[in-house]
Design a protein around this ligand. Structure first.
Ligand SMILES: Cc1ncc(COP(=O)(O)O)c(C=O)c1O
Length: 373
C-alpha cells in the first residue's frame, strides 16, 4: 500500500484531509426523509431564472466541442449588466475556483494573509494549504472592523486581505466611506479581494461600485457568482473583475476551458432576465424580513441581513437544535461550525419553505427550552 503522507506537501498534511459532511442522499436515507428544505448552504433556492433551463438544453448538442476558451459572449453579457468592461472580466467555475486561482497566483509559503472572523471559511483554508499564515481579525458586534483589518495588513505586511461583502455568515454590508478609507489605509502592496457572492441581493444603488476601484488602479479583485441569486450553483459559474494586466496572469494559473458549455449558456441566459432578477431580489428581501419578524415575535433575535440568509441567535444548543430539525426535514447551518455557538445561519427561500422552517424551528426550540415538570 502507498503511504501518501510523506509524499504530500507538508502544508496539506498540517491542514488535514477534507472532511465532507454527510451527503444529502445518505442523510435522507438515515432519517427516512423524502423531502428536505436545504437551508444550510445558501444556494439560490428559487432555482434558475426563466429561460435558463432551455438555454442549457440548447447548448447540449455542442458538448462534443471544448468551450470557446475566450468566453467572449459571457464576458460581453457581464459587461452589459454591470459597470465592468469585458476585458476586466475573468470567468471561472465558481468563486471557489477563483479563490484557489488567487492563492496560486499570489501566496507563497510563509506569506501572511488577513481574514476577518467570522467569514466564509475557504479564504483561510485555501491560504493555509498554500503555506500561508492566516492572521484573523475579530469583528466586534459581528461587524467587520476594517480599521483593524488594515492595521493587521500593515503590521504583518500581508499579501492578501479577504473581505466578504455582504459577509457570510452575518449578512452585514460594508459602508462606502469605510471601504474607501480601508483601501487608503491598506496601501498598494496588499491585494484586497472583495467577495461579492451575495451583492446581487442588495439594490444596485446601495452597492459599493468596486469597479471604480479597479478602474482607479487599486489592487482590488472582485469575485462574483451565479450560485446565489441566479440559482445555478450546480453548474458552477462565477467570475472575477480586475485589472486586465492581472487577469492575464490569473489565466495562466487557471486550467484552460475551465467553464463548461452548459454553464456559459446558463450564465448568458440568466443575464438576459434583469426584470426577473429584480423581482427575485425584492421577493428574497420580503420573505427574509417576514421570516426574521416571525422569529423575533417568538423572542429569537437575528442580525439585519442584506443577503439570502439570516444569522439567528437561538438561545439553545445549536448542534442539538440543528440535528433535531434535520430529523424533521429542515437543514440549517449550526453556528458552532463557524465559531458561533448558540447561533444558526438559515438560508432564505420561497415563502412556503420559510413558513415551514419557522414552524419546525420554533417547535424544536420549544422542546429544547421546555422546563421539565
Ligand atoms: C462568501 C461566499 N463566497 C463564495 C461561495 C461559493 O461560491 P461559488 O459557488 O461561486 O464557488 C460561497 C458559498 O457559500 C460564499 O458563501
Amino acid at each position: 500500500m502507498t503511504d501518501w503522507e510523506p509524499l504530500l506537501k507538508p502544508t496539506l498534511r498540517s491542514v488535514g484531509a477534507y472532511v465532507p459532511g454527510e451527503s444529502l442522499d445518505d442523510l435522507m436515507a438515515r432519517l427516512g426523509l423524502t423531502e428536505i428544505a436545504k437551508l444550510n448552504w445558501n444556494e439560490g433556492l428559487w432555482g434558475p431564472l426563466p429561460g435558463v433551463e432551455q438555454a442549457v438544453t440548447d447548448a447540449l448538442d455542442q458538448v462534443w466541442a471544448y468551450p470557446e476558451h475566450a468566453f467572449n459572449a459571457l464576458r460581453e453579457a457581464i459587461a452589459a449588466h454591470t459597470p465592468a468592461r469585458a476585458e476586466q472580466v475573468l470567468p471561472a467555475h465558481g468563486i471557489q475556483a477563483l479563490i484557489m486561482t488567487l492563492v496560486g497566483a499570489f501566496v507563497r509559503s510563509g506569506d501572511t494573509v488577513v481574514v476577518p472572523v467570522p467569514t466564509y471559511g475557504m479564504y483561510a483554508q485555501a491560504s493555509r494549504v498554500a503555506g500561508a499564515t492566516v492572521e484573523t481579525v475579530p469583528s466586534p458586534g459581528l461587524r467587520i472592523d476594517l480599521e483593524a483589518v488594515a492595521a493587521a495588513v500593515r503590521r504583518t505586511r500581508a499579501r492578501i486581505a479577504w473581505i466578504c461583502d455582504p459577509n457570510n455568515p452575518t449578512g452585514a454590508r460594508l459602508e462606502g466611506d469605510a471601504w474607501a478609507a480601508f483601501l487608503d489605509a491598506v496601501g498598494p502592496e496588499c491585494v484586497v479581494v472583495a467577495d461579492e457572492a451575495y451583492a446581487d441581493f442588495v439594490e444596485p444603488a446601495d452597492r459599493i461600485r468596486r469597479e471604480d476601484d479597479v478602474d482607479a488602479g487599486r489592487p482590488v479583485v472582485i469575485l462574483r457568482t451565479f450560485s446565489k441569486i441566479f440559482g445555478i450553483a450546480g453548474l458552477r459559474l462565477g467570475y472575477a473583475v480586475a485589472d486586465p494586466a492581472l487577469l492575464h496572469y490569473l489565466d495562466s494559473v487557471q486550467e484552460p476551458f475551465n467553464v463548461n458549455r452548459a454553464a456559459l449558456a446558463a450564465g448568458e441566459a440568466s443575464l438576459a432576465r434583469p426584470d426577473a432578477l429584480a423581482a427575485r431580489r425584492e421577493e428574497n428581501a420580503a420573505v427574509r424580513e417576514r421570516f426574521a419578524a416571525r422569529l423575533a415575535d417568538a423572542g429569537l433575535h437575528s442580525l439585519p441581513s442584506a443577503a439570502n440568509f439570516v444569522l439567528v441567535e437561538l438561545g439553545a444548543d445549536d448542534l442539538e437544535l440543528a440535528e433535531r430539525l434535520a430529523r424533521r426535514g429542515v437543514l440549517i447551518r449550526p453556528g458552532s461550525e463557524m465559531g458561533l455557538p448558540g447561533w444558526a445561519r438559515i438560508t432564505v427561500g420561497p415563502e412556503a419553505m420559510m413558513q415551514r422552517a419557522a414552524d419546525e424551528l420554533l417547535a424544536v426550540r420549544a422542546e429544547l427550552t421546555a422546563v421539565p415538570s
